[in-house]
Design a protein around this ligand. Structure first.
Ligand code: ADP
Length: 404
């Protein structure tokens, strides 16, 4: 069975076609600059070979983007499938499921209405995700579709973890609370960690550190998420590529006054110009920041130190939240590839029973990244690297739901 995974942004459509018989990616592509005046772009690779690299005309909307995707996938000469009928289902990544969805759902009118209802909570992503869903429905009207929510895994958090200390009516009236994101990754990685260790998730307290361009940590207690670092939006938590992470909310008004910014402009600053980029003044990419820090660039070093310090504080607090921790697992771009950062994050955690094996850790660096235990043999807490795979997680949910 072949399943198509779609991740629609406001002007882009990322897709992957996965053969579920062996979970191999058959094709992968990106349609960009949808809706923009010119320079639309579509790239598609089938079995690693680029079959489309098209950059010329205007791509009017997501429906046109979907048609281009299908045309490439079913290309008579180089396509991954002979016809659209070979695609059994489509799994859509959806950012915000609010409090309604604690698991993935077959898409029907009710689910679409609920994603619409959650637009105020995910104003940038949910409308784009909906455009992707509706466009796919238009070009593949009889193919079943599934929505996989970034927030769903975190729905098991107890109120003491998800509430903000604001007047309760704000929560009741406007659903303002912490939701958390990267749930598909935290779920996939925590489950896979247990499997890899030959244990059951129900027997483990796991801290998952998803460290990429966006970063979040989660406390997964005996198979259930009990806390996570992102909040109402993905802005909360540790320092990220371009996001500030935690701030005293009073900073918003203060900076708005001083810099003559609207709240919207200030949030844009917090989301897009802060974090590693804003502190270092160099880049949002950890590799650039690392290199600059090694060359003695003080602000790059500060950005790196802030990231390490913030992650260490979350690890400590999640160990406290779960009355201990059995496994700490690193994943995503930085978590999987950057052994130097892992070493600095895990330094001095022996008091908690977590001791890194520096050699095992250093052996695990790009391009030699795979599932591994990187703690010392006498470490009570296991430290692991488990590569994430959100597409496979979405494809598995889709397969499960459409097979029911
Ligand atoms: P996204 O959140 O966009 O999915 P990723 O998970 O790809 O992001 O992570 C991007 C981050 O991972 C960047 O800061 C980058 O420096 C880091 N990264 C990616 N690949 C490597 C690598 N091979 N070596 C070191 N760092 C890497």
């Amino acid at each position: 069975m072949k399943i198509l995974i779609v991740n629609a942004g406001s002007s882009s459509l990322k897709y992957q076609l996965i053969d579920m018989d062996n979970e191999q990616t058959l094709a992968k592509g990106l349609v960009e600059r949808i809706g923009m005046a010119e320079n639309g772009h579509h790239e598609c690779k089938v079995n690693g070979e680029k079959i489309v690299d098209w950059a010329e005309d205007k791509i009017v909307d997501h429906v046109q983007g979907c048609k281009m995707m299908l045309a490439a996938l079913t290309d008579a000469e180089k396509g991954a499938v002979k016809s659209m009928d070979e695609i059994s289902a489509v799994g859509h990544r959806v950012l915000h499921g609010g409090s309604k969805f604690s698991e993935s759902m077959i898409i029907n009118d009710e689910v679409i209405a609920a994603i619409e209802e959650n637009i105020p909570l995910g104003p940038l992503h949910n409308p784009a995700n909906l455009m992707g869903i509706k466009a796919c429905q238009e070009v593949m009207p009889s193919t079943p579709m599934v929505a996989v929510f970034d927030t769903a895994f975190h729905q098991t958090m107890p109120p003491k973890a998800y509430m903000y200390g604001l007047p309760y009516e704000i929560y009741e009236k406007h659903h303002v609370r912490r939701y958390g994101f990267h749930g598909t990754s935290h779920r996939f990685v925590s489950k896979r960690t247990a499997e890899f260790l030959g244990k059951k998730p129900e027997d483990l307290r796991i801290i998952t550190a998803h460290l990429g361009n966006g970063s979040s940590l989660a406390a997964v207690e005996y198979g259930k998420c009990v806390d996570t670092s992102m909040g109402l939006t993905p802005l909360e938590g540790v320092l990220m590529g371009t996001r500030s992470g935690n701030l005293d909310p009073a900073v918003v008004e203060f900076v708005c006054d001083k810099e003559n910014l609207t709240v919207g402009q200030m949030l844009n600053l917090c989301n897009k110009k802060s974090g590693l980029l804003g502190i270092s003044g160099i880049s949002n990419d950890m590799r650039d920041v690392d290199n600059a820090a090694k060359e003695g660039h003080p602000r790059a070093q500060l950005a790196r130190d802030m990231l390490v310090y913030g992650i260490r504080k979350y690890i400590g607090s999640y160990a406290a939240a779960m009355n201990g921790v059995d496994v700490i697992v690193f994943t995503a771009g930085i978590g999987e590839n950057n052994y130097g950062l892992r070493e600095d994050i895990m330094a001095g955690f022996e008091y908690m029973g977590a001791k890194l094996d520096k050699e095992k850790n250093a052996a695990l660096a790009w391009p030699n990244v795979h599932e591994a235990v990187i703690s010392a043999d006498d470490s009570k807490v296991l430290i692991c690297v488990i590569p994430t795979n959100e597409e496979i997680a979405i494809a598995r949910d889709t397969l499960e739901l459409v097979s029911k």
